[in-house]
Design a protein around this ligand. Sequence first.
Ligand SMILES: [Zn+2]
Length: 142
Amino acid sequence: MTPNKDIFCAIAAKEEPAFIVSENSHAVAFLDREPATEGHMLIVPKQHANDIFDISEEKLAAVMSLAQQSAVALKKIFGYTSIILHQVNGEGAQDVRHFHLHVYGGPHATPYFYQQFSTTEDLNTSLENTQKRIVNEFTFLK
Ligand SMILES: [Zn+2]
């Protein structure tokens, strides 16, 4: 893929499968495939931006709006006592060079939640169930 057509661009364009849980006009929320805790989401702008230095204020606002709704949904569904937002910027520091904000419940689970699944199938089944619960919660919020 070219620098302007990465996996998150493809997910946002619905060209790559993902466990999407919600979206608004400029951002999409989907489950991380290696969740630190159950319900771990990534929020990305639909239109490509490399990082915080590259994203427009309007798109950033859309990402944050979705992050806030996601935090509310995660807290309600899973009863987390804290919600963590983390986001990394810079070439070489980002695993995918497309702005992405992690939203997940805390405190940190050790080992990471996804490591309890011995097969990708089991993990996908769990992600599917989590997706349904969160989509349902977002529907309720609207
Ligand atoms: Zn991109």
